[in-house]
Every structure is written in structure tokens, then in C-alpha cells.
Design a binder for this molecule. Structure first.
Ligand SMILES: Cc1ncc(COP(=O)(O)O)c(C=O)c1O
Length: 406
């Protein structure tokens, strides 16, 4: 497959792209569960370390199963646009999504540099930007990511990275990736997009101008709640110059086993993501008119404040729904506790539907006023819609809401 990389479309790449088969001709890709590699001679070992021989050396730096996962991700991200831009994408997989975010920042930035980021970020991403980077002399500015002027005004001569996620976690704001990329490039900054909520099926940030795309593979890529993983995709020269050596030396590498799980899961990701969306659309419709729901937020719903933009840059609205019940934390806890089928968990992108109360879990570490500023009220719940029968999901929510206050 890799010989004709640009020949196949995304769905085909999701199933086939990988390192070549071994001499046994296996159909299922091999799991190379090995930490090291043996050399034919001391001379060959030396040549590998000198970079004069292309074989593997140690799984912290590279592993054939990990490379298969990276190659499959590169192929699907490249499928839609690489042919006409000449922008060659490479990738490095990491142990978690947070390792991917941290490695991206730390491999490239140095003291004195500046980062502009949307304030609506997953809690740990916000910790990296707001707390960790400044400790190393990297200045950061958090802004309302939906305000294009705010990006423009926050940029400084020393700005090196613009960072955002879209849809945002958990309030599902849609940020204009194309317009923000244009501002980033005018200021010579890299546009880094955390594409976790949208998935590579529904949104391709490279086609919208992004330079680096990050995933927590833990979510829809695995899709069955088993393994942690992450991946950073970007221009090959940036990966070669910054990320590859950082990962080699500091070691946030993914386990070959987890990479193999991710690789195999990619084969069904497109089908799964569309099935998730089918269910999310139905559930969002019911919740949007339910008398006990004071606010429904779903990017695929025409009442979403950024619906038009969502239509432009995403194929569908995704599988995350947020909604608010009046009665604050007490009412939100009651709804979560009343659900029988939907499980309480802060993970997302699983085949099982999961619900979380962001202000007491994923965004607990933020000050209350910071939470309120990005719209996370005590009555807000976030649902990751799974793959159950849609009517069972609707029934579960309707019953849980009916019991509210009783
Ligand atoms: C938007 C977003 N980015 C990054 C992460 C971090 O991923 P991981 O849990 O794999 O480290 C998460 C999830 O937890 C997330 O929701």
C-alpha cells in the first residue's frame, strides 16, 4: 500500500496503510512487542546509531507496530489534500494525548517564546499552557477563541504557537480553524489543533491551514475504552527537526501493544464515528425540546451558536452533547445518578455512552469564575454518546430527567 500512498481514499487508508507484511504474509498486522532489536554485527549497530542504516534500534525511538499506527494516521490525514500542496505529513505516536500536547510544546518552545491559546481547553491542556509553560519562562495568553480579533491582538513578535481545540471541551464551541490559521501564519506562529472531539473522520485541520494536529488516541481512535495513546502529526521537516529527537531523548513513547490496538481500531473508526453521530443527532433532538433541559449544546443542531461554522469545517456534529439542567450541581448529579444505561465516566469516544459533570471532574481544577467564563455552570453535563440502540438512550435520558426533583 505505501508505494501508492496518494492513490487511495481515506476509508481505504484506514483499513490498509501499515508497514509491509512479514515473510509469513499475515493479514492482521503483526504486534512487535519488543523493546530492543539485535544487529548482525557491531558495525551494523554503529551504522544504525550514526543514522547510516535505517533499521530499528530501540522502541523508545521507533517500533514497526508503532510506525504502522503512525503511517495509517499519516495516510488518512494526507488523503484529502497532500497531492496538491506538497506538504508532507509525518507523525509520532505518544503514550497519551497529554504526552502529545506536552511534547509538541516542549520540543519547540524555549524561554522567552510566547503561546496564544483559547481559554476553552481540556483541563490538563489548560494546565500545560497556564501553569507549566510559564514555569520555564514561556509566556502564555489565554483568550476567547471564538473572537478572531482576540487572536490578532494577543499575537506578539515572540509568539511561536497558536493552540486550540474545536469543538471545545466541554462547551462545544466551534473555533474558525481556517481564519485563526491565517492569523497565526501572518505572525509566523504554528497553528496547533487538538482535534480530539472532531476526530479525523469529521474534521481535517490540515485542509484548514493547521500545521500540527494532535489526538488523544484514547478516545475515538481506540473507541472501546481500552488503551491510552496519543499522536502528533505535522510537517515532516518540523517532526524531523523538533519532535522526533525530543521523543527519542525524553521518552513519552507509546507501548507497541497500545499502538497495535489503535492500528486495528482505525479499521472501524469511520463506521463507528458515523454511528455515534446518528445516535447523538437523535438524542440531541429530544433533549433540545425537553422541558427540564434549560440549554442544549450540540454542534449538529441548528440552534448551536456556531452551527454555520460547524457545517463548514466539520462533516457532522460529532458524538459529544452538553446540556444544562436548572437546579445547579444538585440537579445535574441527580440526572447522572438516575441514568441506568449511560455510565458516569469522564472518558469519551467509547462504544458505551458516558456522562460527566465537568465542573466537578475534568474542569475541577479551574477557579469557579474561570469555569463560568467558558460557560461551564454547575448544572452542565457532558455526554459522550456511544453505540447503544438510540431509543434505549433516549428512554434512559427521558426517565432520568422525569425523576429530576422527585
Ligand atoms: C480535548 C482533549 N485533549 C487531550 C486529552 C488528553 O488525552 P489523554 O487522556 O489520552 O492524555 C483529552 C482527554 O482526556 C481531551 O479531551
Amino acid at each position: 500500500m505505501s508505494k501508492d500512498k496518494n492513490k487511495w481514499r481515506k476509508s481505504t487508508n484506514l483499513v490498509h496503510e501499515a508497514e509491509p507484511r512479514t515473510a509469513y504474509g499475515e493479514t492482521g498486522e503483526t504486534l512487535f512487542l519488543t523493546s530492543g532489536y539485535v544487529y548482525d554485527s557491531a558495525e551494523q549497530a554503529q551504522a544504525r546509531f550514526l543514522g547510516e542504516d535505517n533499521g530499528y534500534q530501540y522502541s523508545r525511538f521507533g517500533n514497526p507496530t508503532v510506525r504502522s499506527f503512525e503511517k495509517r494516521m499519516i495516510a488518512i490525514e494526507s488523503a484529502d489534500f497532500i497531492a496538491d500542496t506538497g506538504f508532507e505529513i509525518d507523525a509520532r505516536a505518544t503514550a497519551t494525548g497529554m504526552a502529545a500536547v506536552t511534547a509538541t510544546m516542549l520540543c519547540y518552545l524555549k524561554a522567552g517564546d510566547h503561546v496564544v491559546a483559547a481559554e476553552a481547553l481540556f483541563g490538563s491542556c489548560r494546565y500545560i499552557v497556564e501553569t507549566l509553560l510559564p514555569r520555564y519562562g514561556i509566556k502564555t495568553t489565554l483568550i476567547d477563541g471564538t473572537d478572531l480579533n482576540a487572536w490578532e491582538h494577543a499575537a506578539l513578535p515572540e509568539t511561536k504557537i497558536f493552540f486550540l481545540e474545536s469543538p471545545t471541551n466541554p462547551m462545544l464551541d466551534i473555533l474558525d480553524i481556517e481564519a485563526i490559521s491565517e492569523i497565526a501564519h501572518r505572525h509566523d506562529a504554528l497553528m496547533v489543533v487538538d482535534n480530539v472531539f472532531a476526530t479525523p473522520v469529521l474534521q481535517n485541520p490540515f485542509t484548514l491551514g493547521a500545521d500540527i494536529v494532535i489526538y488523544s488516541a484514547t478516545k475515538h481512535i481506540d473507541g472501546q475504552g481500552r488503551c491510552l495513546g496519543g499522536i502528533v502529526l505535522g510537517r515532516k521537516d518540523w517532526i524531523d527537526d523538533y519532535l522526533a529527537n525530543f521523543i527519542r531523548q525524553t521518552g513519552p513513547s507509546i507501548s507497541p501493544f497500545n499502538a497495535w490496538v489503535m492500528l486495528k481500531s482505525l479499521e472501524t473508526m469511520e463506521l463507528r464515528v458515523h454511528a455515534h453521530c446518528d445516535r447523538a443527532e437523535k438524542l440531541a433532538e429530544v433533549l433540545s425540546t425537553h422541558p427540564k433541559v434549560s440549554r442544549l449544546i450540540y454542534p449538529g443542531n441548528p440552534n448551536h451558536p456556531h452551527y454555520k461554522l460547524a457545517q463548514k469545517q466539520m462533516q457532522r456534529g460529532g458524538n459529544l452533547i452538553s446540556f444544562e439542567v436548572s437546579g445547579g450541581q444538585k440537579a445535574a448529579f441527580q440526572v447522572a445518578n438516575n441514568l441506568q444505561l449511560v455510565k458516569i465516566s469522564n472518558n469519551l469516544g467509547d462504544a458505551k455512552s458516558l456522562i460527566t459533570h465537568p465542573s466537578t471532574t475534568t474542569h475541577l481544577k479551574l477557579e469557579e469564575q474561570e469555569r463560568l467564563k467558558v460557560g461551564i455552570t454547575p448544572g452542565t453535563l457532558r455526554v459522550s454518546v456511544g453505540l447503544e440502540d438510540p431509543q434505549d438512550l433516549i428512554d434512559d435520558f427521558v426517565k432520568a430527567l422525569e425523576l429530576l426533583g422527585s
